[in-house]
Each structure stands twice: as C-alpha cells, then as structure tokens.
Ligand binder design. Sequence first.
Ligand code: T4K
Length: 384
Amino acid sequence: MAFAEPLVVGRPNAGERARLLDRLGGVLDRLWLTNNGPLVREFEARLADLTGARHAVATCNATTGIQIAARAAGLRAGDEVIVPSFTWVATAHALEWIGIVPVFCDSDEITGNADPEHVERLIGPRTRGILGVHVFGYPCDIDALTGLAREHGLVLMFDAAHALGCTYRGRPIGAFGDAEIFSFHATKFVNSVEGGAIVTDDDALAARVRELRNQGIDAAGQISGAGTVARMSEFHAAMGLTSMEAIDTIVEANRRNQRVYEELLDGLPGVVVRGQAPGEQANFQYLVIEVDAAVAGASRDDVLEALLAENVHARRYFSPICHQVEPYRSDPARHFPLPLPRAEGLAARVLSLPTGPTVDAAQIAGICRTVRATVRPADRRLVA
Ligand code: T4K
C-alpha cells in the first residue's frame, strides 16, 4: 500500500485555527447563537462582496437553498424545471422533494454543463424554469441559457455549489440569472461545516428568501406565509468566515496541484485531466480525470480500484448520474424524454482525485504512478 494514511478527496479547507477559536469564543461571550447573528451577517456581506451581487442570504445548506430560491422565484409543485443529469443528485432532489419535476438535459462534453441546444428542445408547456449547474467550477453557457429563459419567460437559477471564486466573461459567478446557490459543505472550496447561500441582484427575491428561511417571518416581524427553517448558525458562520479568509492560499495550492497532475499524466493514452474555462478565474477545487476505457485499456473503475488498493480514496463524481438513480430511473417518461449520451459518457469516464492544501507533490506523484501502472493501452510503448 503506497499510503499509510488514507488520502481523500474533499478534505476540508479549515483556515487558521486560532482565528476560528477566537470567533467561536466571541459567539460564546455574546451568547447569540443563531437567528441572523453578527457573524452570519458578516459572512453574507463578505460573500456579496466576493460575488459582486447585491444580496447574499446564508442558509443551512445548498439543497435547502435551492428549494427556498425556487419557491421565492414562484416555482410551484407540478412545474417542470430543466436540470442537467450530470450533477450531484442534490440538484435534482432539492426540486423533487418539493414537488417540482426535474427534467434532465444532456451535457456539453467540454464544459460538463447543461447543453443549451438540448435545453431548448426540452422546453414544453409545463416548463417553468432552468437550473444550470457550474459543474466542477466550469461556468455554464450563461448567455445562451439567459437567452432561452428570457425568450420563454422561465425562471433561471444556477447551482453554484462548486463555483465560488470562478468567473464567467470576467464577472464572478453569483449574480447571474434570478439567483445562484452556493454550498459551504465541509468538502467545498470554502466550508462552514454545513451551509449554503442564495445570492441574487433581485431585491424582492432576496427579501422573500429571507422570510422563507425563517418560518415566513417578514422584516416587520409579521408572518407573511408558510416558510421553513434554513438559517445558518453563528458557529457555522465562524467556520465559513475563517475558511473564506484562506481563499488565496487554497486556490494557489489547488492550482499548483492541477499543474502537477497535468505534467505527471501528460501523454498517458486514454487519460486526460479536465481543465477550466480558458481566460476565466477558477478555484480548481475538483481535480477530475477522464478515463476512456477503449483507449486506456482500463476502465475508470479499474483505476479507482487500483487507487483504493493504495489507500487513495478517489470519488466517482458524478456517477451514477441523476437519471440513473431513484426515483428518476423508474419514471423516465416524466424526467428524461430523450437519451442523454454525452452525460452518460462523462459519468462513465470521470474520477475525482485528491487535491487541496493538504495534498503535496510527492503524494500526487504516488497517485499518478498508480494511474500509469493501471492503464494498459494496446501499444505499451505509449506508456512512458
Ligand atoms: N449541488 C452540487 C452540484 C453539489 O455538488 C452538492 C454537494 C450540492 C448541490 C448540495 O450541497 P449541500 O446541500 O450539501 O450544501 C460530497 C458532499 O457531501 C456533497 O456536499 C457534495 N456535493 C458532493 C459532490 O460530495 P459525498 O457523499 O461524497 O460526501 P462524503 O461525506 O462521503 O465526503 C467525501 C470525502 O470527503 C470523504 O471521503 C472524506 C472527505 N471528508 C468529508 C467530510 C464530510 C473529510 O475529509 N472531512 C469531512 O468532514 O458527497
């Protein structure tokens, strides 16, 4: 076994321990633990700053954030919303759980994101929205999706769980569409242990989201309607702020690791390291390779198995994809009227490998040695 300690994908970016403990101490001194406390408000202000959006509303996670944003934007049970199948299942589950029907579209192979041409073909009489996902931080074709949403009068939201610190046409992800939803789960670029946020330029939507997050209580303290509880606590905001302060260090480490993987896997037949959008800023939080079994002579799962044997816990983000799991798989007529060959192809090839500030070049070299040793193209001379 190459590594005595498990090498994992998604090791949290915790930031400076002393800063975190200091903030937690402050929370205990104030004894203001939740319900829109000062650290949550600071977290929201910094997030609005980072994304250039007018409003950021922190939530307990991104899944509930998507639900609240959908409700605030006027989506109701029975409405259809087009989403890519190639995403973490939370994107679809968030809608399905509140009765909105996710209809799955195919993906663009380069970006990994919703293919606008397929989205357009799926728009029907019950379609009320599009929920794009900036998969692995690569921005969606926002212009095309915005055009479709305007032309057909649809709500447009983005699941930006992977895309904090990324840009589209030089503008930070966060203020596109009607709303964008971030995740601050422990495994994300910036983490608040559990957490999320809805970011928007729309004043009315932001106000509505704040009510829905807090039992339907409006700014005047009146109950304006049904709501849920999706608040972020002060402890979570303490972690979020501390992790956020470390952004530059995290990106630098992720970018360095990306380069090392690219160099060490360069020229390996059937294996590519997925890149980021040319000319845009990226957070490089996910290091994803694609294994083309026909060329590599080994499948993605063969590579995964070999890595696990060396104590490297690579993850199949994303496989299986949404339409391949329940409840969607059992009801294809409702959720995916056309085949999704490109999304399925991606799902068969992708593998996320360890990266982040806790992963060093020597460890990456060990991981890449295992990948190289597993690949068996017909012509062995191709494997240096
Ligand atoms: N939209 C998208 C596009 C998403 O990717 C996600 C979440 C969401 C929405 C929903 O966001 P939230 O509602 O959760 O805010 C992980 C994450 O749990 C999940 O949040 C994430 N996407 C997904 C892509 O990856 P799992 O099931 O692989 O997580 P888990 O707990 O097995 O952790 C993965 C690895 O991370 C572990 O092998 C070790 C490491 N780890 C994990 C935790 C929790 C640590 O080292 N420390 C930790 O504390 O889904």
